[in-house]
Design a binder for this molecule. Structure first.
Ligand SMILES: Nc1ncnc2c1ncn2[C@@H]1O[C@H](COP(=O)(O)OP(=O)(O)O)[C@@H](O)[C@H]1O
Ligand SMILES: CC(=O)N[C@@H](CCC(=O)OP(=O)(O)O)C(=O)O
Length: 285
């Protein structure tokens, strides 16, 4: 591979300046989770990219998932994982594990990655500061929360001190009971509450495809109306439905652009936000 010369580096950085300006002082909510988060080296590289965005003045908020990690912890404890419409049926023992894994292992692991890279990060879940208030979504799902309100005070405060807030998708009801929430949903609601410029959902597929098994069928841009049409046609299916719904929710809440990108592509978020090479699917009004 060609050696990157200083001249080439300068050229790359100069080309990024107008894009950096577009996001400086704006909230960018990043959802990171699922299978894109299982490789430790890739995870560090994503944290490095987020730190870079934070250092150039972008108000980065990281919302993480951890479905595969929860599954493996439940397996070890011989607790069965059950899903309905993509949501984990969460009884009390399952909720204990969800909280241990998300707010403990995964959250502190991501914070440690950023700290190791020389950055500042604070790990929070929706219980902290009574940030994500929920009620029970429905009796069949157990302790799965429907979000009523997000108080962004804590997020804004830590960002004003230079920290990257790292949020786990756990909420709390009026009795102090903890609830499990899908991380894409939390990202979209946080983006809405912060009036974020952008939300980026990092997953392990390139974006929305016309044919999900054909990588050349990626759809680079979708309006809200076009996305709704593709859902009706059944082209957007399975796990992509709730993800696209969250993207549309963020757009309808005021985000200018929302992206689904493949977090397994090295530096995908920098390429998507700071260059003119679109990688994934961009949603616009
Ligand atoms: N039109 C489509 N384009 C891309 N992926 C699709 C489409 N329809 C269904 N899918 C499926 O949705 C999956 C993404 O959702 P999911 O696995 O739940 O993501 P994550 O684990 O990152 O939250 C893809 O791996 C793919 O199998
Ligand atoms: C209610 C519900 O399903 N919560 C999710 C929360 C984690 C998540 O969303 O993780 P990914 O983004 O990695 O899928 C769960 O228990 O798996």
């Amino acid at each position: 591979m060609d050696k990157v010369t200083n001249a080439k580096r300068a050229q790359i950085l100069t080309a990024a300046v107008p894009y950096i300006k577009e996001y400086t002082d704006k909230y960018v909510v990043v959802k990171y989770g699922g299978n894109a988060m299982t490789d430790p080296e890739l995870k560090k590289s994503v944290m490095q990219d987020l730190l870079l965005l934070n250092l150039v003045g972008v108000k980065v908020v990281l919302v993480h998932g951890g479905g595969p990690e929860i599954n493996s912890a439940l397996d070890k404890m011989q607790i069965e994982s059950t899903f309905k419409d993509g949501l984990r049926v969460t009884d009390e023992p399952t909720m204990e594990v969800v909280q241990m894994v998300l707010a403990g292992k995964v959250n502190k692991g991501l914070v440690a990655n950023i700290v190791e890279l020389g950055g500042k990060a604070v790990g929070l879940c929706g219980i902290d500061g009574n940030m994500i208030k929920v009620h029970k979504k429905n009796a069949d799902l157990g302790l799965v929360g429907e979000i009523d309100d997000i108080d962004t005070t804590l997020i804004e405060t830590v960002i004003s001190q230079g920290y990257i807030p790292v949020l786990s998708s756990i909420g709390v009801d009026e009795n102090g009971v903890a609830y499990n929430i899908n991380a894409d949903t939390v990202a979209a609601k946080v983006a809405g509450a912060l009036q974020a410029e952008t939300m980026v959902a990092m997953t392990n597929i390139d974006g929305v495809m016309r044919d999900k098994d054909n990588p050349t069928s990626l759809i680079p841009q979708l309006s809200v109306a076009e996305a709704k049409q593709l859902k009706q046609e059944g082209i957007i299916a399975g796990g992509m439905i709730p993800k696209v719904d969250c993207c549309l929710e963020a757009i309808e809440a005021g985000a200018q652009k929302v992206f689904i990108i493949n977090g397994e592509i090295p530096h995908a978020i920098l390429i998507e936000l700071l260059t003119n090479e679109g990688l994934g699917t961009m949603f616009v009004k």
